[in-house]
Design a protein around this ligand. Structure first.
Ligand code: SAM
Length: 383
């Protein structure tokens, strides 16, 4: 599966130096996966993400990274691998399953890093890394945190179990998925509500279609803190040092919101944050205080495990009140918005179930909720 260091069959559109040093060969343009390109462009342009990873790598430089061996799971163009090399890593395995690995190899060469950053083209589950590593770094998160289309968290956990030395570092170390009810009057009215009154005709029957057409369902949206109807609640916490993949196969999480204001409830929003703490150095201490946030990031309440850097944890948050990231937030709109008063309770549960289907993987989202005396079920599929 390895092959990025072998530049013999580039399927891309760029110049390649042939074996004969004097001769340059123009490689013909071939089909290129622009879906992949757009993902890489989006992540590379996301300064909030990049800065959080870089800050975390520098934070752990002395204790974990300098002179150590790192594996970058899903290295893409290789930026996280390069941050680790710049922080003094002895060797970095940059593992990438798509052809972007070929570009990453050229990025390493252009930056004189190909000695220390070994680009491996293949799945981390398959490539041959014949040594244990001190650090795993990966950007595996999706809008619903756990289930991106490649199940990358599963790949990170496989790398952890096969390759990480005891006491090694995982970046990020923890992740939390949140949910909150939202009010989005302008967007809801211009895209959906107008069907309820078309020249005085009730066309509400079209609303479910409009929801799926106007937005992908669920949809990635930029929301602001003023759109939040209630304080967010945790859907799932993940400790990358300890979690098993079975624990996230499907799960149900209960919520109970108390509305902070009078408004119309249009849907549920999801977002996540990740934290970059060191491995556990002492047994879980149920009395340990929560880790405090660094500036600009959410406090991760309820963190109970004691880590080796107890005061400041670097947190990358995609919350609505934080600097925007390419993830934005994920919204599931309601078919029927509900007017709520301050103090109104919305309670229920969310169930997330990943599926493997013929047209690819997806995540089934089931929201069951009660508002006043009425109960509702809203289902959506994220592909
Ligand atoms: C969100 S991109 C992150 C790219 C890169 N880490 C960065 O920071 O720019 C995730 C990458 O992981 C790759 N990937 C996903 N699962 C993988 C696996 N099991 N083994 C190797 N690469 C994988 C994908 O092809 C994709 O390029």
């Amino acid at each position: 599966m390895e092959g990025a260091t072998d530049s013999g069959d580039d399927g891309d559109h760029q110049r390649q130096v042939s074996d004969d040093d004097d001769e340059e060969t123009e490689i013909e343009e071939t089909a290129y996966d622009f879906h992949d390109f757009n993902i890489h462009q989006a992540v590379i342009k996301d300064n909030v993400r990049n800065e959080a990873y870089r800050a975390a790598i520098l934070h752990h430089q002395d204790n974990y990274i300098k002179d150590k061996v790192v594996v970058d799971v899903g290295s893409g163009t290789g930026i996280l691998s390069i941050f680790c090399a710049q922080a003094g890593a002895k060797r970095v395995y940059a593992v990438e399953d798509t052809e972007i690995a070929l570009q990453a190899q050229k990025v390493m060469e252009a930056n004189n890093l190909s000695e220390r950053v070994i680009v491996l083209h293949g799945y981390v589950e398959d490539v041959g890394i014949n040594e244990k590593v001190d650090v795993i770094v990966s950007d595996w998160m999706d809008q619903l945190l756990l289930y991106n289309y490649e199940n990358m968290l599963g790949s990170v956990l496989t790398a952890r179990d096969r390759l990480l030395k005891p006491g090694g570092l995982i970046m990020p170390s923890n992740a939390t998925l949140y949910i909150a009810p939202v009010t989005l009057p302008d967007r809801y009215s211009s895209k959906i509500d107008f069907w309820r009154n078309v020249y005085g005709i009730d066309m509400s029957a079209m609303v479910p279609w409009a929801i799926q057409d106007a937005y992908e369902d669920p949809c990635v949206e930029k929301i602001k803190s003023e759109n939040l109807l209630a304080l967010p609640q945790v859907v799932k916490r993940v400790d990358c040092y300890t979690i098993n993949i079975q624990e996230i196969e499907s799960f149900k999480s209960r919520f109970e919101f108390q509305c902070l204001t009078r408004a119309t409830f249009h849907g549920f929003a999801f977002w996540f944050d990740v934290e970059f703490s060191g491995p556990v150095t002492s047994p879980a201490d149920s009395n340990a205080p929560p880790l405090q946030s660094s500036s600009n990031h959410l406090t991760t309440s309820g963190q109970k495990r004691k880590r080796d850097d107890p005061i400041e944890a670097i947190v990358l948050s995609t919350a609505p009140d934080k600097p925007p990231t390419h993830w934005e937030q994920m919204v599931v709109y309601l078919n029927n918005p509900i007017d709520v008063e301050q103090g109104h309770r919305i309670e229920g549960s969310v169930t997330l179930t990943p599926n493997q289907e013929e047209d690819g993987p997806n995540v089934h989202i089931r929201l069951e909720y009660k508002s006043g005396h009425r109960s509702f079920v809203r289902e959506a599929v994220m592909r």
